[in-house]
Design a protein around this ligand. Structure first.
Ligand code: ATP
Ligand code: MG
Length: 362
């Protein structure tokens, strides 16, 4: 059982001025499943490797259970890592792959046997124990990599995009297997992905990174409902939130033909450094599609994505003299066709408002 603390931890790669990870502060609870998410190059793998001891920490500290591990070698940290490419030993059987770390530790044979068989049962790998990795499917190899981490009974699991080699269907399946396995074992887990759907469905909490800087860390629900800045608002959720920067008035935001009312406090906060503008957003499902033009924004439909139960309608509209793109979700019984003009009314209580200068939530 373990907690993990990043205390202003930074990594600056030699030859580069900008930190790949910049003063990361993050506390991960005992038994928690924490997902690190963000676009390519934002510093996810670097953060994970710093915790593993595979990357230097140039400033700040990393603690496991209040013990400063910043300068400990990887093998003294009691963690197990599952990599994207699994890194299985090709010349060893599944059994030997899983037993390897325990053998190095000189664990008694009978104990190794028990641990491997237990993990194999948990991961439904029993019938493959004598096979070599090349005779396994991608999903089975992924499970062997998990098994290798499990048998070590580490304090912390680290996983770096462990599902990226799997096809879409297997990925969804394996996603839920990993989540339930983690719940069963109760081992503190840090999981890296660039896929926001994976992050939302797997994590107890999700930490969103951009350019080496932690943007927000919270439950999936809270990130979705109250994103702290424009980046998080646009990154979490699919299709992405409609976000536009528009003129600010005394009473709200001028959204093309629409006036979106804002509270006096919101207007005041938007005026600070906003240069007469405000950034507003609404999610695709937070707008009503109506047939009447009064008090609604006209959208010319470019594409309808029929999802069976409902549909995503993509279109464009003139807002402040420029053509802006929008996406809304409609119910099955109302599916417009391409080229048609529909009218949308964002739900005022589901508006997200951000300062146009800083991008911070108001
Ligand atoms: N060994 C290295 N030397 C120099 N720069 C590096 C090194 N490894 C990574 N970087 C840089 O540090 C930044 C963060 O890289 P990192 O691998 O942590 O990103 P990531 O979030 O894991 O991205 P991805 O989703 O593509 O895996 C990137 O700009 C990358 O180019
Ligand atoms: Mg990475």
């Amino acid at each position: 059982m373990a907690t993990v603390t990043y205390d202003k931890a930074s990594r600056i790669y030699p030859g580069s001025e900008r930190p790949a990870v910049n003063e990361l502060n993050l506390e991960i609870g005992d038994g928690e499943f924490l997902v690190l998410v963000g676009p390519s190059g934002c510093g996810k793998s670097t953060s994970l490797r710093m915790l593993a001891g595979l990357e230097d920490v140039d400033r700040g500290r990393i603690l496991i259970n209040d013990k400063d591990v910043t300068n400990l070698p990887p093998k003294s940290r009691d963690i197990a890592m599952v990599f994207q490419n699994y890194a299985l030993y090709p010349h060893m059987t599944v059994y030997e792959n899983m037993a390897f770390a325990l053998k190095l530790r000189k664990t008694p044979k009978s104990e190794i046997d028990r641990a491997v068989k237990e993990a194999a049962a948990l991961l439904q790998l029993e019938e493959y124990l004598s096979r070599k990795p090349k005779a396994l499917s991608g999903g089975q190899r992924q499970r062997v990599a998990m098994g290798r981490a499990i048998v070590r009974q580490p304090q912390v699991f680290l996983m770096d995009e462990p599902l990226s080699n799997l096809d879409a269907k297997l990925r969804v399946q394996t996603r839920s297997q990993i989540a339930s396995l983690q719940a069963k074992l109760g081992v503190t887990t840090v999981y890296v992905t660039h896929d926001q759907v994976e992050a939302m469905t797997m994590g107890h909490r999700v930490a969103v990174m951009l350019d080496g800087v932690l943007q927000q860390v919270d439950t999936p629900r809270a990130l979705y409902d109250t994103p702290g800045n424009v980046f998080v608002a646009g990154f979490m959720g699919s299709p992405a939130m409609n976000i536009k920067t528009v003129p600010l008035t005394e009473s709200g935001a001028t959204f093309g033909a629409l006036n979106l009312p804002l509270t006096r406090e919101q207007v005041a906060a938007a005026q600070q450094g906003g240069d007469g503008k405000v950034t507003v957003g609404f999610r695709p499902e937070a707008a009503e599609v109506v047939t009447e033009s009064t008090g609604a924004l006209p959208i010319v439909v470019d594409l309808v994505e029929d999802l069976g139960s409902d549909a995503n309608v993509y279109g464009h509209s003139e807002v402040g003299g420029a053509s802006e793109r929008f996406v809304v979700r409609t119910e099955r019984r109302y599916m417009p066709s391409m080229g048609e003009t529909v009218y949308i009314k964002p739900n005022p209580s589901a508006l997200h408002v951000f300062n146009a200068g800083s991008g911070q939530r108001i």
